[in-house]
Design a binder for this molecule. Sequence first.
Ligand SMILES: [Zn+2]
Length: 148
Amino acid sequence: MILFREPDLLLDDTKLSPVSRAQNRVGICTACDGDLLSLGYYKQAGRWLVAARCSACSRALLMVYGDDWSWIEDVPLVMAEGEGHAPARASLRVSEVPQERLEVVFTPAEIRDMIAFQEGRPYVRQNLYRARAKLDRFERLFGIRIEL
Ligand SMILES: [Zn+2]
């Protein structure tokens, strides 16, 4: 899963800073036919990566090109903008965090058991331990501390 946190790309734990932040019309959204606007251009391992977002439906994607700008693939991009720069916030309950973000770091079983634990329902202890071990990584990526 690749994250966009203005203006950087986060690939696993690697932060990639943009070569350019030019806003260009870079294509048409396959979901709604709106204009895709670039958020940033990145270079990695001989490939060009272009983060883009639809100006109509806000769907984000990362377009991957070869060194010669031949198109390779489009991959999903998760937006995490803003929060990285926000002042420290109080911790959130698991149920208050958007599912899409939880899924970047936690497995479905871990998410289910974190929520079960907070709601006082039965849970698998091992899943909760594993989830707790990932809280720091989640906070680093999204700037959100999950209360667990
Ligand atoms: Zn769209």
